[in-house]
Design a protein around this ligand. Structure first.
Ligand code: DMJ
Length: 476
């Protein structure tokens, strides 16, 4: 009898020990402003579900929806997922995982924009797999990756602008720098997880094709023909159309330790600071120069207008990369410059001429970049002013963009007339950077431990074993 109860006791202990550990979630106390961002995220997500479920985008004024193409790619939920995980909205996130696994197929006869689907769908799926290593999620990501690879089937290895997800047909031989070579990050992660080098090597080939065509000043242009490899435009800049090219040189180097990315980044950033940066006592703008001469004589071919001092609000991401790279002086000065522009209008215009001091395209699309750089600088320098700036950005977004169901873009930052559109990156990026700034003090999410893709999908550095990176990505 004694023996039997001893045996039963051992059995109970063994059974308990074999159960998967259910981690008890730590309750983290967040500030009222962080809670407000989270509540507003949920309110906007609920509106998406009510008015746009199954579609790409919520139209917040007409309370309707829109798809990018003739069929939906479900971009809002895929983009929203990682922000839900960061905010601890696990129930909503689970619903997206299940929806992806049960109901989304990539076998669609649609021409999609290679760049946009890479940063939003590929980036979003890989981040989902990071949070939940369910092989069915990786399968969806790899299926998508195989379809994307067809885009790179050009004489130069630089992808076509459009690729058909079902047939693999391509079109659009003219492509800007960001769309030409911002793939090493996502496709490198896909290679890492699948053990198939082809993804990273294909993406890297496109980068090397660009790099081979740099000028003697180590600058590259902004529009290229993927079939002939000819530059169609000699303007060199870090603005929209080029931005994530530079971001991914840095981030691929930092996540994968690829020496070629390191060289491309080091030589590029030196050239950009030497030729493209335009600094005064109080401002630091990154404008436009001719890639061959370094001269500020860029002319817009359509309007004939001087173009050298035209910047885009996307450029406000640049301080984050400068700061990560250790150039905190330039990072802070550029962030100050962009902050001045925000305060001039209360939001930023999409395109701005800093010499004329006026917008050339006054739309604000709920973009995240200025918040992103203030968040990075708050984390890196600890200076309260960056927190306060994010607080101001949030107040202004609430003031001008909040609608009865969600948030809307703005047609003109001079009139604050609303526009019937809520882009998917509002879920992925804008709300995430706001929340991360306002929860920084909790220590729950440490930026030092992550690298974000350009759509703010986070990847933990510790997930990438350096030896396995070398083998799976095919690094020397
Ligand atoms: C995002 O889609 C990405 O960050 C992209 O690289 C450029 N900016 C938009 C949002 O403004």
């Amino acid at each position: 009898m004694k023996k039997l109860s001893y045996f039963l006791l051992i059995l109970v202990i063994a059974t308990v020990a074999c159960q998967p550990k259910v981690e008890k979630k730590k309750e983290v106390k967040i500030s009222s402003v962080a809670q407000e961002v989270k509540d507003e995220f949920v309110r906007s997500w609920d509106a998406y579900k009510k008015y746009a479920w199954g579609h790409d985008v919520l139209l917040p004024l007409s309370k309707s929806h829109q798809d990018w193409y003739k069929e939906s790619l479900h971009i809002s939920p895929i983009d929203a997922y990682s922000t839900m995980k960061v905010m601890g909205l696990d129930e909503q996130a689970k619903e997206i995982e299940n929806y992806l696994i049960d109901s989304i197929s990539w076998d669609k006869d649609l021409f999609v924009k290679t760049f946009e689907v890479n940063i939003r769908i590929m980036g979003g799926l890989l981040a989902m797999y990071e949070y939940n290593p369910d092989p069915r999620i990786l399968e969806k990501a790899e299926d998508f990756g195989k379809r994307m690879l067809k885009a790179f089937d050009s004489p130069t290895g630089i992808p076509y602008y459009w690729v058909n997800l079902k047939t693999g047909a391509t079109k659009g031989a003219k492509i800007n720098l960001a769309e030409a070579a911002s793939y090493m990050f996502e496709l490198g992660i896909l290679s890492y997880y699948t053990g198939n080098q082809v993804y990273y090597q294909t993406a890297k080939k496109a980068n090397l094709a660009i790099w081979e065509r740099r000028s003697d000043l180590n600058l590259v242009g902004d529009l290229i023909n993927v079939e002939t490899g000819e530059w169609l435009n000699d303007d060199s800049h870090i603005c929209a159309g080029a931005d994530s090219y530079y971001e991914y040189l840095y981030k691929s180097m930092s996540l994968f330790g690829d020496k070629d990315s390191q060289k491309m980044w080091d030589e590029s950033i030196a050239a950009i600071n030497l030729h493209v940066a335009e600094e005064t006592d109080s401002t630091l703008w990154y404008g436009r120069v001719n890639m061959n001469t370094g001269v500020r004589d860029c002319i817009d071919t359509n309007s004939g207008r001087q173009f050298s001092s035209i910047v885009t609000l996307y450029d406000a991401f640049f301080p984050s990369i400068l700061a990560l790279d250790g150039d905190v002086r330039r990072a802070e000065k550029t962030q100050d410059t962009w902050n001045g522009l925000w305060n001039k209008y209360g939001l930023e215009p999409m395109i701005y001429d800093y010499k004329q001091g006026e917008p050339t395209y006054p739309v604000y699309d709920l973009n995240p970049e200025i918040i992103e750089s203030a968040y990075y600088l708050y984390h890196i320098t600890g200076k309260q002013k960056y927190y306060d700036r994010v607080d101001t950005y949030w107040s202004d977004i609430k003031k001008y963009c909040r609608t009865d169901i969600a948030f809307s873009s703005i047609e003109d930052v001079r009139t604050m007339e609303k526009k019937d559109y809520m882009p998917t990156f509002f879920f992925a990026e804008t709300m995430k950077y706001l929340y991360l700034t306002f929860t920084e003090e909790t220590g729950e999410f440490n930026l030092d431990d992550y690298v974000f893709n350009t759509e703010a999908h986070p990847f933990a550095k510790k997930s990438f074993d350096p030896e396995k990176v070398k083998v799976n990505l095919g690094l020397e």
